[in-house]
Design a protein around this ligand. Structure first.
Ligand SMILES: Cc1ncc(COP(=O)(O)O)c(C=O)c1O
Length: 320
């Protein structure tokens, strides 16, 4: 679980003290799960904190909101600036930044199209989401809960309500002693983890479920595809069976919070040689280099925070 503390929360343009960032209990999103959000990370680089793939996260937030008829009262540029400002105000690295779009009162009545749409942004300390297994290998189980078909709830929207499905799968896996669940789609093919996409390595090639498997279009997934191709590994997006997972040479999860987490076994089945495999390790190393701003090929993935919005403490240090 994540520690939820920071100094300030950005709420509709105001920087509010962490303890005062309240919403009314008759909040439509609280009752029906109609809210959309993002999970973004800021990393330490040689030039200070930098936000990873900010533009893509803002674009996905706006797209998610559109699915749910929510017009965010800020432009994409304003949202991006607000994320940078929130990161600067909290001055925590590595951080996990959580923009949330929600609809206020009236709460009761599902098809609320009129309640005020708000945006809040928090930045809290980032931890290893999948614990020790984040680096040495995660134990996962195939969940009895399947991903809903996108005909029911569109998986491309990162909507709060989608996470009741992730919660059921994650809680079931945790109660059985696993670090993560792997959800199948309605056709029995692999979809994703509760908060991650999944990749398999077979015969030197990477495989990941395609868009038809009701996945979230992960930004880490996209980054890993680019890194893998640049490392010379072919990447194939297609429907993948449990068979292909259990007989894979390697497997790993990707996600903003989980980053790249090797999967060491699924249920009672060891994956490959039960340790992070060589291709997984190469991709983890390339990712680590990219997020630290050490590979110029991926420089555009990082938005420097200090340069855009100098923080007050830095400014004071310069004068003193
Ligand atoms: C259900 C689900 N799939 C995949 C991902 C990975 O997406 P990203 O890499 O953009 O964080 C997440 C995390 O946001 C998620 O919640």
């Amino acid at each position: 679980m994540m520690a939820a503390n920071g100094r300030k929360i950005w709420m509709d343009g105001r920087m509010v003290d962490f303890a005062d960032a309240h919403v009314h209990v008759l909040n439509h999103s609280l009752h029906y799960g109609v809210g959309v959000f993002e999970g973004i990370r800021a990393y330490e680089t040689a030039e200070g904190a930098a936000i990873f793939r900010l533009k893509e996260h803002v674009t996905r937030l706006v797209t998610s909101a559109r699915f749910y008829h929510m017009k965010i009262p800020f432009s994409p540029d304003e949202i991006a600036k607000a994320v940078v400002d929130t990161q600067a105000a909290n001055d925590i690295v590595p951080s996990y930044i959580r923009p949330l779009v929600y609809r206020g009162e009236p709460a009761l009545g599902v098809k609320n199209l009129v309640g005020k749409v708000s945006l809040a942004i928090a930045a809290i300390p980032a931890k290893k989401y999948l614990g020790e297994g984040s680096e040495s290998g995660v134990r996962a189980k195939i969940s009895p809960f399947r991903k809903p078909h996108s005909d029911a709830t569109p998986s491309f929207a990162k909507a709060a309500g989608n996470y009741i499905n992730s919660y059921l799968a994650g809680a079931d896996a945790a109660k059985d002693g696993y670090e993560e669940a792997i959800l199948l789609d309605q056709n029995g093919f692999l979809a994703e983890g509760t908060g991650e996409n999944i990749f398999l390595v077979r015969g030197g090639k990477l495989y990941t479920p395609g868009l038809e498997s009701d996945i979230l279009l992960g930004i880490t997934r996209d980054s890993v595809i680019r890194l893998a191709l640049d490392l010379g590994f072919p990447v194939i997006e297609k429907a993948l069976s449990v068979n292909e997972l259990l007989s894979a040479d390697e497997a790993f999860f990707t996600g903003t919070y989980a980053e790249i987490a090797p999967i060491k076994d699924v249920g009672h089945y060891p994956i490959g040689s039960n340790v992070p495999g060589p291709i997984t390790r190469k991709i983890m190393a390339a990712f680590a280099t990219a997020i630290r701003g050490e590979d110029p090929r991926y420089a555009s993935w990082l938005t420097p925070v200090a340069r855009l919005v100098p923080t007050a403490p830095r400014a004071r240090r310069t004068r003193g």
